[in-house]
Design a protein around this ligand. Structure first.
Ligand code: ADE
Length: 247
């Protein structure tokens, strides 16, 4: 899977993504990450890529020509026109199911804006998706691009050492993950739940599903509307709801 990040701050994204699991995935050739510097397409001797907004107002706007030329260069090199994701707080809020869908692509371009944004004509010409990482405003699209690339990369086969963990993690079946424990067996008087020491795989599986349901109800009840539960699990949820209503 190949990621192209159109940015004014290539060191920022390469520094972050070359570290830890994504860095190892790059070394193994499972993913590639290329930061393309929009400033290289400035086309003027001052290398400037922004200007005052027409109609007045605060801040500067990134100009359309360098953004367009930068994208055209990526497309010419690739011999195709990949999806372009514009990082913006005005976009659809990124989540695990969007990550799963994007992980099916071979190439993805992330467009990172700065200042007061990018000239609308460049966005109209090249962007296929408008994505946000949440309802708050950052100084630029680099951190959102890094968040999304991290999340999509771990879905690429081979990137996680233990691929099953991508399948049973939080948001699988729209539930949060169950609690995890490791040694020691007792910590400050708190014991590891007995069932986890039993070696009884079916019972452990059942306990974990129930804990996932309990935890989702407590922390993210909004997820339960779309949770994938069987009949027995639905009954368990009904019981939990009945108890919480009687309290
Ligand atoms: N750029 C600035 N804020 C952002 C956000 N919340 N998500 C995506 N891109 C952004």
């Amino acid at each position: 899977m190949n990621f192209y990040i159109m940015t004014l701050f290539p060191d920022m994204v390469m520094g972050g993504l070359s570290t830890s699991i994504t860095g190892r995935a790059m070394e193994k050739g499972l993913i590639s990450v290329e930061a393309v510097n929009i400033r290289d397409y400035a086309g003027n001797k001052h290398n400037s890529v922004d200007d005052y907004p027409y109609g007045g107002g605060a801040g500067m706007v990134m100009q359309a020509p360098p953004v367009w030329d930068c994208y055209e260069d990526v497309c010419t090199r690739l011999g195709k026109r990949p999806r372009v994701l514009y990082m913006t707080p005005q976009g659809q809020v990124f989540n695990q199911s969007i990550a799963r869908e994007l992980a099916k692509e071979e190439d993805l371009v992330f467009l990172c804006g700065h200042y007061e944004g990018i000239d609308e004509r460049a966005l109209e010409a090249i962007c296929t998706d408008y994505l946000s990482i949440g309802d708050y405003v950052l100084t630029g699209g680099e951190l959102p691009a890094m968040v999304m690339i991290d999340c999509i990369s771990r879905l690429v086969p081979g990137v996680l050492n233990n691929q099953v963990s991508a399948d049973i993690e939080s948001f699988h079946d729209n539930l949060l993950e169950y609690p995890q424990y490791t040694r020691p067996e007792e910590f400050r008087g708190m014991k590891v739940p007995e069932v986890l020491l039993s070696g009884h795989h079916k019972k452990i599986e059942e306990w974990r599903r129930k804990e996932s349901i309990k935890r989702t109800l407590k922390r993210r009840p909004d997820l339960l509307a779309d949770a994938n539960l069987d009949k027995k699990e639905r009954m368990f949820l009904e019981e939990l709801l009945a108890i919480s209503e009687s309290l």
